[in-house]
Design a protein around this ligand. Structure first.
Ligand code: ZN
Length: 252
């Protein structure tokens, strides 16, 4: 058997000593499940060439209201990845929760993969593509109805009860985060003794502010690139998150 890298061994020790571990993750957690970051250079290029707008423009509430047909075309083809499966990072976090080590996952992702892996306490800062509701009457709709509605002649999913436009429970640009979700995420991070941050560069709001709420003993950062918090961390690992967390925490 190959010897584990020293950083992985240190992470294993930190996890073993944790009493109340919280994980905070970003887009990098899902890239190993084949979900590209729409803000990456490739994602940016794809949106610009196919639609003539930046992803942040299309995914804004103003754009949604003005051109829901274009929004849903982009959304269904670039944001929804309904065949994606959890990777080793998702599985490791679900196991840590089962073992009573991890108390919560805070995520910026909207793909529902943590829950698919078995995680139960997941604070989804930006919502979830798997939940959708009618803007007029609030009736919930599942994501299959959104996909089906986006391929109708007017290219907009409509409520089966009232005909109103159905939208994803995803925080669009220009909208505020759900204060209850933020509050639950802050509470989880503030009371954690170990915080593992992964797959996020921690430069975008609200990620940076949330990490500043941490008062615990050990801060671990796992990201392919440097982050502004690296100097404050007890352990920094520059490697793919699935590989690292899987090696440190997964029990087969
Ligand atoms: Zn309705």
């Amino acid at each position: 058997m190959p010897q584990p890298a020293p950083a992985t061994e240190t992470l294993r020790e930190i996890i073993a000593s944790a009493r109340n571990l919280v994980f905070f993750g970003g887009a990098g957690v899902s890239t190993e499940s084949g979900i590209p970051d729409f803000r990456s250079p490739d994602g940016l290029y794809a949106a610009q060439t196919a639609y003539g707008y930046r992803p942040e423009g299309i995914l804004s509430i103003d754009f949604f209201e003005a051109r829901p047909d274009v929004f849903f075309d982009y959304y269904v083809h670039n944001i929804l990845h309904l065949d994606a499966q959890p990777n080793a990072a998702h599985r490791a976090l679900a196991q840590l929760e089962d073992r009573g080590v991890l108390s919560a996952v805070v995520t910026q992702n909207i793909d529902g993969l943590h829950q698919l892996a078995g995680s139960r306490t997941v604070h989804e800062l930006h919502g979830s593509v798997l939940r959708n509701h009618c803007r007029e009457c609030g009736t919930p709709h599942d994501v299959a109805e959104v996909v089906a509605g986006a391929s109708t002649p007017d290219a907009v999913p409509r409520c089966r009860r009232c005909g109103g436009v159905v939208r994803p429970d995803v925080v669009l640009y220009g909208e505020v985060l759900d204060p209850q979700v933020v509050s639950a995420a802050v509470d989880a991070i503030r009371t954690a003794d170990v915080l593992i941050v992964g797959g996020t560069s921690l430069v975008v709001h609200p990620a940076a502010g949330l990490v500043n709420c941490f008062r615990g003993d050990r801060l671990v950062l796992i990201n392919k690139e440097a982050t502004p918090h690296d100097s404050a961390a007890d352990l920094v690992i520059r490697a793919p998150i699935g590989q690292v967390l899987g090696a440190a925490a997964l029990r087969e």
